[in-house]
Design a protein around this ligand. Sequence first.
Ligand SMILES: Cc1ncc(COP(=O)(O)O)c(C=O)c1O
Length: 392
Amino acid sequence: MERSALQVNTPELAGRYLMQTGRRLPVTFVRGQGCVLYDDQGRQYLDLVAGIAVNLLGHAHPEVLAAVQRQAGELIHASNLYFTQPQVELARRLVELSFESRVFFCNSGAEANETAIKLARKWGAKNRDGAYEIIAAIGSFHGRTLATVTAGGQHKYSDPFKPLPDGFVHVAYNDIEAIKAATTARTVAVLLEPVMGEIGVIPAAPGFLKQVREWCDGQNLLLILDEVQTGLGRTGRWFAHQHHGITPDVMTLAKGLGGGVPIGACLANPRADVFEPGDHGSTFGGNPLACAAALAVLHVVERDGLVGHAAEMGDLLRESLADLGAKEVRGLGLMQAFEFAEPRAKAFQQACLEGGLIVNAVDEHSVRLVPPLIVTPAEIERAHATMREASK
Ligand SMILES: Cc1ncc(COP(=O)(O)O)c(C=O)c1O
């Protein structure tokens, strides 16, 4: 296949050959380096979206590249019929960084949450008289499989696919009384994002997750935290729940874990880990290539102190958003958003794009920024200058 021919007609070919599942901005990226992306016209863009909170180390990081190259030359895939070293090493590393648990690897955030849902249902069958219902938050986002799109509290994503699976109820986020009122004998777990990302970066209120943890303990429920977007340093801690002084029973990860190589993970503590051989599986999940990439990401994040750096850069980024005419700025670490009173987020996103800056309008009012953890003060300053222009 000649790449040059593809590049010239990419949007046109996409219209003809790709299912039209989402709207794309009119740009075709061909290359990236650090926090900069290059399009097929040779234009460069400062990237404050990082593939939607994925490229923790930016683009083309030499150590991720070296790890992928090395692993590709040794063993890309062998299946989960056998042991492979990168997979167990990665599991050990994740457990060391988080809490006493064991890990199931998959390929995406949705699959990680699907795993958590299945785990909770099996746990309910064994420990709570067949309870299966999961309480989740209105406005949450947990993926696009049938179960996870139902778990997510946004009708626009799930209604076209009715009938939906049974067993999910939704309550207001940051409202412990609503969770208490929704709990019944059928309830098996509470599933929450520590910061709701897709809906526009809504952090858990101080004390909320602690109250949920206590309620789950008192009622014998599992607490499942979806850290697909918040995990791995993004919020200025390795995992966002660490801001709240609590530990979940089950935690899901994906996005940043592989630094761009698809991988997801579901961690469960000994109480929740009820899977037995045959219960669950994935052909590609945790294959050596993805795990080698993830090990390189974790190594660099740790060695270069990028979790603390994310906290510092998050403060800087947040301060820089104060003069854009937004009615609200909110977020945690390098997961920030601002909301305009008027419906102009999409126009703002387009103006930024034209100014060589990538931001993410999550709807008509809110703009999300989830840059690589390696972003520098100079890059934040540059981004701010472009955003100032775009906000005029
Ligand atoms: C919190 C959260 N959970 C799950 C997902 C789904 O992840 P994936 O798109 O990898 O399936 C996302 C994706 O945006 C997310 O933000």
